[in-house]
Design a protein around this ligand. Sequence first.
Ligand SMILES: [Zn+2]
Length: 249
Amino acid sequence: MLAPLLATLALASPTACPTDPQASAAPRVVAVPALAGQKLGKVNYPDAVTLADHELALTFDDGPDDDHTRAVLDILDRHCIKATFFLVGQEVDADPALVRTIAARGHSLAAHTYTHPERLGALPLDAREAEIDRSFAAISNALAAEPAEVKARAVRFFRFPELVDDDASLAYLREKSVTVFSADYGIDDWTEVGPDELLRRAIAFTEERRKGVIVLHDFNPNMIAMLDQMITTLEARGYRFVQIVQAGG
Ligand SMILES: [Zn+2]
C-alpha cells in the first residue's frame, strides 16, 4: 500500500502561497549565469532567459524609491513573488537601508548605472566604466554587513538606461563577466499613462508573447496602482512568476 500512497503525495500540488491561493509559496527558481558576453532580452538581443510557456519574471528599474518601493515589495510578498530590482547607484547610496530590505525580502539586486544617464554611450569611456563600477559597488557597500544569504542577492547583471547599449560599454561588461540584461517586453510605464491603460498593455502584451522577462518601474504610482490586479489577472489566466537568481552566485 505504500507505493500508491507515495505516488499520491508526489502528485500533490506544491504548497500554495498563504495570501494567494493561485500562486505557489515557492515559485520556480531560474538560475542565470553571469557570463562574459552574455546578452539577454528580446527587446535588444536574439537570446533570452529560458522560460517555459506561461512563465513570467518581473523586473523593476530605477529604484530604490523611498516613496514607492515598499508598496511594490508588499504586493510582491502578498503573491509570494521574487523579482529582480535594477538599482541606480546614487539612489542606493542615498537609502542603503531600503536596499537591504529589498534583499532581505528575497529579491535579486542588479545594477542600472550610478546616475542613470539617458545615453550611457554618450559619456567619455572612463565615465561609462565608472557608471558601471560604481553601480555595483553601491550595492556591495549597502550589503557589506549583511549575512551571506542576503549578500548573495546581489547579482552580476547590468541593464542599460533606456535599454540603449553601446559597443565600448558592452566590451567593458564582457571584460568584467557581467551579463547584460535587457527585457523581453515592457509596458512603457515610465511615461504618463494611467493604471487602466498600463493594465491593458500588461495583459495584452503578455498574451501576445505567452512568457518573458517584463520591465517595470517602481517609481511610478500608476504602475503600482495596477500591479496587484495585473498579477492576479495573469495568474488566473495560467501564468506563473519565476524567480531569477545568479547561477553559483
Ligand atoms: Zn532606467
